[in-house]
Design a protein around this ligand. Structure first.
Ligand SMILES: Nc1ncnc2c1ncn2[C@@H]1O[C@H](COP(=O)(O)OP(=O)(O)OP(=O)(O)O)[C@@H](O)[C@H]1O
Length: 435
């Protein structure tokens, strides 16, 4: 279309009749165009309009951009061709794309600061600092025991940052062996190793370009990975495995750990230079036992969610029940509280509206008062192996895992270490064995 317009407009030395002839030549093309076209003489009178132009006038379409070319005759302006590009369809598709992107972002980033429940002074201070930190590009290090909400904080910070419309990618650094973690983070070139994918693979740093990368359990990375990570943070570029070329990346790092990094530096297990690169904006989330006043609030919040999830109708909790929850040490923090409440609700019935102290006590001890399910000790005394070997092995596996987790007061990292299996395998087994 552009070429045809230029051709018509360029016939500057020809007579108006000749121009009309040319217009006649290209008329079939203009007639078939899906843009609105009109040709005007020097007085502005329309001497030709294509069918799409007529349609557009009838529809009163306003989402248009205009493009015009003057027609010259003996160096004098003889008229012009005007093309109106209809943007309504493009705009409709753009709106649809924005809507889908919004939806996708909601799936990717689950939490915002309003999902962090609590009124404890220390917690509120952390939330405020996190909100300030979110607006800066600084690297953030989130510290806190397991289940204190480090991941929620990381999500909320991304969601409140100027990068909120870009990707938020999380990786648990302790869940993968070193080589796999390296290729996940930095990507690899085709043929980098046996089994490498054809065409290579982009690493998470590249995937998170312009967005945020959340490195969970950062205290668990090997010395070699610490060096590689330090290099990326200093140079702002990654070198995929098997490649000699670097790729620039613009990624905001949030990391988290419950490991005593300062002690690890003393012992030579964590690099001091990397620590300072990561610890630009430290946030310490207090454990639940140091903010007991939040237990009631979080319990109410979780019950609302679980009512829907388990199809229950609990609208009240006995005050004595809350007292009981507040007396607990909560080494597994909010995650442990979630488990106890889930257990309590599962054992209740649809018609129940009050969560009683007895039900809470029962959920805390893992015993079911209603159905007379057996306690751990009772299970112990009646313990017999099933005949089926697979079931017997699973039973032993379950017991070992349960004991390791309870020995370490819910800390799955330590339990996995003790059991001699990677944390990822432990999570997989817990899911499979319903632990
Ligand atoms: N203040 C809070 N308000 C509401 N829910 C919370 C809060 N803190 C934690 N949770 C919930 O507790 C669970 C554990 O939180 P999260 O996974 O963020 O903890 P974490 O510190 O990252 O744990 P880990 O170190 O074991 O990975 C999540 O389901 C989260 O929604």
């Amino acid at each position: 279309m552009e070429k045809t317009m230029q051709k018509v407009a360029k016939e500057s030395f020809m007579s108006w009749n000749r121009i009309e002839e040319i217009i006649l030549d290209v008329k079939p093309l203009f007639d078939a165009a899906s843009d609105a076209i009109c040709i005007q003489n020097v007085e502005g009178e329309i001497i030709y309009r294509n069918p799409y132009y007529e349609k557009m006038i009838k529809r009163g379409n306003r989402e248009l951009v205009e493009d015009e070319r003057y027609i010259y005759h003996n160096d004098r302006q003889a008229g012009k061709i005007v093309v109106y590009h209809d943007l309504s369809e493009i705009n409709r598709l753009k709106r649809e794309l924005d809507r889908l992107n919004q939806k996708l972002r909601k799936v990717q980033v689950k939490y915002s600061f309003k999902d962090i429940i609590g009124k404890n002074k220390e917690l509120l201070k952390v939330v405020n600092t996190a909100k300030i930190a979110a607006m800066t590009p600084a690297t953030i290090m989130i510290r806190g025991e397991s289940g204190t909400g480090k991941e929620i904080f990381a999500n909320a910070i991304h969601n409140n940052s100027p990068r909120r419309n870009e990707k938020f990618i999380k990786i648990n650094c302790s869940s993968l062996p070193e080589e796999l973690l390296e290729s996940e983070l930095f990507g690899y070139k085709e043929g980098a190793f046996t089994g490498a994918r054809r065409g290579g693979k982009r690493g998470l740093f590249q995937e998170a370009d312009r967005g945020t990368l959340f490195l969970d359990e950062i205290g668990d990375i090997s010395s070699r990975m610490q060096v590689k990570l330090l290099r990326v943070l200093q140079e702002k570029e990654v070198m995929p495995v098997g490649s000699t070329e670097t790729v620039p990346v613009d990624v905001r790092i949030i990391c988290a750990t419950n490991k005593p990094l300062e002690e690890m530096i003393e012992e030579g297990a964590f690099r001091e230079d990397l620590y300072y690169r990561l610890n630009v904006f430290p946030l310490f989330i207090p454990p639940l036992r140091e903010r007991r006043e939040d237990i009631g609030l979080i319990t109410e919040y979780l019950l609302n969610q679980y009512n829907e999830f388990y199809n229950r109708n609990i609208s009240e909790i006995e005050p004595d029940g809350i007292d009981l929850l507040q007396q607990r040490e909560w080494y597994g923090n909010v995650r442990e509280l979630e488990n106890v409440l889930s257990r309590a609700l599962i054992n209740m019935e649809e018609k129940d509206v009050v969560l009683t102290k007895a039900e809470i006590a029962s959920a805390l001890s893992g015993e079911n008062v209603r159905n007379g399910k057996k306690t751990a000790q009772e299970k112990e005394s009646n313990f017999t192996f099933p005949n089926n070997l697979k079931e017997a092995l699973e039973m032993v596996e379950s017991r070992c895992i349960e004991e390791a987790i309870s020995r370490h007061k819910g800390d799955k990292n330590k339990a996995a270490n003790d059991l001699g299996i990677p944390l990822r395998t432990l999570y997989y087994k817990c899911k499979k064995l319903n632990i």
